[in-house]
Design a protein around this ligand. Structure first.
Ligand code: 2BA
Length: 109
Protein backbone atom coordinates (compact mmCIF):
# COMPACT_ATOMS: atom_id res chain seq x y z
CA UNK A 1 0.00 0.00 0.00
CA UNK A 2 1.07 3.60 -0.69
CA UNK A 3 0.21 6.94 0.84
CA UNK A 4 -0.14 9.75 -1.69
CA UNK A 5 0.21 13.29 -0.37
CA UNK A 6 -0.88 15.69 -3.08
CA UNK A 7 -0.64 19.47 -2.66
CA UNK A 8 -2.93 21.13 -5.17
CA UNK A 9 -4.44 24.54 -5.84
CA UNK A 10 -7.77 25.31 -4.18
CA UNK A 11 -9.29 25.91 -7.64
CA UNK A 12 -8.70 22.25 -8.60
CA UNK A 13 -9.46 20.65 -5.24
CA UNK A 14 -13.21 20.18 -5.46
CA UNK A 15 -13.16 18.60 -8.91
CA UNK A 16 -10.20 16.43 -7.95
CA UNK A 17 -11.90 15.07 -4.81
CA UNK A 18 -15.12 14.33 -6.76
CA UNK A 19 -13.27 12.58 -9.56
CA UNK A 20 -11.19 10.49 -7.16
CA UNK A 21 -14.26 9.53 -5.11
CA UNK A 22 -16.19 8.60 -8.27
CA UNK A 23 -13.31 6.34 -9.28
CA UNK A 24 -13.37 4.56 -5.94
CA UNK A 25 -10.51 6.20 -4.04
CA UNK A 26 -10.77 7.25 -0.39
CA UNK A 27 -9.59 10.81 0.15
CA UNK A 28 -8.92 13.11 3.09
CA UNK A 29 -8.82 16.83 2.29
CA UNK A 30 -6.82 19.26 4.40
CA UNK A 31 -6.82 23.06 4.18
CA UNK A 32 -3.15 24.06 4.01
CA UNK A 33 -0.97 27.09 3.33
CA UNK A 34 2.01 27.30 1.01
CA UNK A 35 5.18 28.50 2.69
CA UNK A 36 6.31 30.70 -0.21
CA UNK A 37 3.11 32.44 -1.31
CA UNK A 38 1.52 32.24 2.17
CA UNK A 39 -1.70 31.52 0.29
CA UNK A 40 -4.21 28.73 0.84
CA UNK A 41 -3.81 25.47 -0.98
CA UNK A 42 -5.25 22.00 -0.47
CA UNK A 43 -3.48 18.83 0.60
CA UNK A 44 -5.07 15.47 -0.15
CA UNK A 45 -4.18 12.21 1.59
CA UNK A 46 -4.95 8.99 -0.28
CA UNK A 47 -4.16 5.49 0.92
CA UNK A 48 -4.15 3.28 -2.17
CA UNK A 49 -3.34 -0.31 -3.02
CA UNK A 50 -0.18 -0.60 -5.10
CA UNK A 51 -2.22 -1.69 -8.12
CA UNK A 52 -4.27 1.53 -7.99
CA UNK A 53 -1.37 3.94 -7.54
CA UNK A 54 -0.89 4.74 -11.23
CA UNK A 55 -4.62 5.30 -11.69
CA UNK A 56 -4.72 7.82 -8.84
CA UNK A 57 -1.67 9.67 -10.15
CA UNK A 58 -3.22 9.81 -13.62
CA UNK A 59 -6.38 11.44 -12.20
CA UNK A 60 -4.32 14.02 -10.29
CA UNK A 61 -2.27 14.84 -13.39
CA UNK A 62 -5.40 15.17 -15.55
CA UNK A 63 -7.41 17.40 -13.22
CA UNK A 64 -4.75 19.76 -11.82
CA UNK A 65 -3.51 22.70 -13.87
CA UNK A 66 -0.54 25.05 -13.58
CA UNK A 67 -1.37 28.71 -13.14
CA UNK A 68 0.62 31.92 -12.93
CA UNK A 69 0.27 33.80 -9.67
CA UNK A 70 1.61 37.15 -8.59
CA UNK A 71 3.44 37.03 -5.29
CA UNK A 72 4.60 40.00 -3.28
CA UNK A 73 8.14 39.49 -2.07
CA UNK A 74 9.84 41.84 0.36
CA UNK A 75 13.19 43.29 -0.70
CA UNK A 76 15.58 45.35 1.43
CA UNK A 77 15.52 49.10 0.69
CA UNK A 78 19.03 50.36 -0.02
CA UNK A 79 20.36 52.85 2.47
CA UNK A 80 17.64 52.27 5.04
CA UNK A 81 18.70 49.57 7.46
CA UNK A 82 15.86 47.21 8.36
CA UNK A 83 13.41 48.69 5.83
CA UNK A 84 11.68 46.44 3.29
CA UNK A 85 9.51 47.36 0.32
CA UNK A 86 7.22 44.81 -1.35
CA UNK A 87 7.61 44.11 -5.07
CA UNK A 88 5.52 41.80 -7.26
CA UNK A 89 6.97 38.66 -8.81
CA UNK A 90 5.29 36.12 -11.07
CA UNK A 91 5.50 32.43 -10.15
CA UNK A 92 4.12 29.35 -11.89
CA UNK A 93 2.24 27.26 -9.32
CA UNK A 94 1.66 23.45 -9.70
CA UNK A 95 -0.23 21.23 -11.27
CA UNK A 96 0.25 19.25 -8.18
CA UNK A 97 3.15 18.54 -5.86
CA UNK A 98 2.93 14.84 -5.09
CA UNK A 99 4.75 12.63 -2.59
CA UNK A 100 4.30 8.84 -2.68
CA UNK A 101 5.28 6.87 0.42
CA UNK A 102 5.29 3.23 1.37
CA UNK A 103 2.75 2.42 4.08
CA UNK A 104 4.09 0.10 6.77
CA UNK A 105 0.72 -0.62 8.35
CA UNK A 106 -2.87 0.38 7.61
CA UNK A 107 -5.46 -0.17 10.32
CA UNK A 108 -8.97 1.05 11.03
CA UNK A 109 -10.26 0.71 14.58
P1 2BA B 1 4.14 27.66 -2.01
O1 2BA B 1 5.23 27.34 -1.06
O2 2BA B 1 3.24 28.80 -1.67
O3 2BA B 1 4.82 27.91 -3.43
C1 2BA B 1 4.06 28.37 -4.54
C2 2BA B 1 4.90 28.46 -5.79
O4 2BA B 1 5.92 29.44 -5.58
C3 2BA B 1 5.66 27.16 -6.12
O5 2BA B 1 4.82 26.32 -6.90
C4 2BA B 1 6.85 27.68 -6.90
O6 2BA B 1 6.52 27.92 -8.25
C5 2BA B 1 7.12 29.02 -6.23
N1 2BA B 1 8.16 28.94 -5.22
C6 2BA B 1 8.16 28.23 -4.09
N2 2BA B 1 9.28 28.44 -3.36
C7 2BA B 1 10.02 29.31 -4.08
C8 2BA B 1 11.28 29.93 -3.87
N3 2BA B 1 12.01 29.71 -2.78
N4 2BA B 1 11.73 30.80 -4.82
C9 2BA B 1 10.99 31.07 -5.92
N5 2BA B 1 9.78 30.51 -6.17
C10 2BA B 1 9.30 29.65 -5.26
P2 2BA B 1 4.93 24.75 -6.73
O7 2BA B 1 6.36 24.31 -6.80
O8 2BA B 1 3.99 24.17 -7.73
O9 2BA B 1 4.43 24.43 -5.25
C11 2BA B 1 3.06 24.58 -4.88
C12 2BA B 1 2.90 24.34 -3.40
O10 2BA B 1 3.27 22.96 -3.14
C13 2BA B 1 3.81 25.15 -2.50
O11 2BA B 1 3.20 26.39 -2.23
C14 2BA B 1 3.93 24.28 -1.26
O12 2BA B 1 2.76 24.43 -0.46
C15 2BA B 1 3.92 22.89 -1.86
N6 2BA B 1 5.27 22.36 -2.07
C16 2BA B 1 6.01 22.45 -3.19
N7 2BA B 1 7.19 21.80 -3.06
C17 2BA B 1 7.18 21.28 -1.81
C18 2BA B 1 8.12 20.51 -1.07
N8 2BA B 1 9.32 20.10 -1.58
N9 2BA B 1 7.78 20.16 0.19
C19 2BA B 1 6.59 20.52 0.73
N10 2BA B 1 5.66 21.26 0.06
C20 2BA B 1 5.96 21.64 -1.18
Amino acid sequence: MKLIIAIVQDEDASKLVSTLMNEGYSVTKLATTGGFLRAGNTTLLLGVDDAKLDGALAVIEKVCHSRKQIATAPTPMSGAAGAYVPYPIEVMVGGATVFVMNVEQFKKF
